[in-house]
Design a protein. Structure first.
Length: 251
């Protein structure tokens, strides 16, 4: 069985590696504000992220996110949201405008597409959430009526970090969620999915114990294995972790 895995689908995945390059990891968006140093994350006691559904195509593709944001106050509120990114500078240098353009981040409220702008950040303020804060982040504004729930649908192109050294290959993808802890209260419900492609999924299901040809590491480790990949489900959750998958295999 191991030989079948190695001869059959592993080279096909290695061929995929040759077609994609390292990229940034995108993730959740907190309420943000501005000070003299630029964009900073803000803790909110007025807007709650009540629910979150995220699907990440771990081999690359378009990520889909749905956020249920709730105004807890009796007043009309407009907030600015900043989308958390962790840019791979080796791959993108400082051309963030080109990177964000390639990611094609789209935010919709119903049928309305919300305009997105790049804003310079105060890097030190983002250290609790990002290892390598970029010079700028995409932001957008959302207006709430009193006690209104607003559903945002967010999508973007994701390319996992990959590489081969002649003997081994690896693929890594992640989703930042910890910044959601800055919204008021807890998430009432959250579902985070990492899904493999239609080709890879059945092969993994047929040969789930391919070690030492293939090693899969998911964090946090309480993920549920599904026919397509992994899923984490939470209720009354205080976001305290990011999500990642590391795949390593022999060429």
């Amino acid at each position: 069985m191991f030989k079948g895995m190695r001869i059959g689908w592993l080279p096909a995945w290695a061929a995929l590696v040759a077609l994609i390059s390292p990229s940034a990891v995108l993730g959740n968006g907190p309420n943000v504000g501005f000070d003299a140093g630029g964009l900073v994350p803000l803790a909110s006691d007025q807007i709650q992220l009540a629910g979150e559904f995220v699907t990440v195509p771990i081999e690359g593709g378009r990520v889909s996110c749905q956020y249920d944001l709730r105004n807890l106050t009796d007043e009309r509120k407009t907030v600015t949201i900043g989308f958390v990114t962790d840019v791979n500078w080796e791959a993108h240098g400082t051309d963030l405008a080109a990177y964000y353009g390639n990611a094609d981040i789209e935010v919709r409220r119903g049928s309305q597409r919300i305009p997105i702008h790049l804003k310079a950040v105060a890097k030190d303020a983002w250290a609790p959430f990002l290892r390598n804060p970029p010079d700028s982040l995409p932001v957008w504004d959302v207006t709430f009526e009193p006690h209104q729930d607003v559903i945002l649908n967010i999508s973007y192109e994701f390319i996992p970090s990959t590489g081969c050294d002649g003997d081994h290959c690896s693929l890594h993808g992640a989703y930042h969620a910890r910044s959601a802890s800055l919204w008021a209260g807890k998430l009432e419900y959250a579902t985070i999915r990492f899904e493999f492609s239609a080709l890879t999924s059945p092969l993994l299901n047929c040969c789930p114990d391919a070690d030492p040809c293939l090693s899969l590491k998911v964090e946090p480790g309480k993920a549920l294995r599904t026919s397509r990949g992994y899923v984490w489900e939470f209720r009354d959750w205080e976001p305290d972790t990011d999500f990642s998958l590391q795949a390593d295999w022999v060429e």
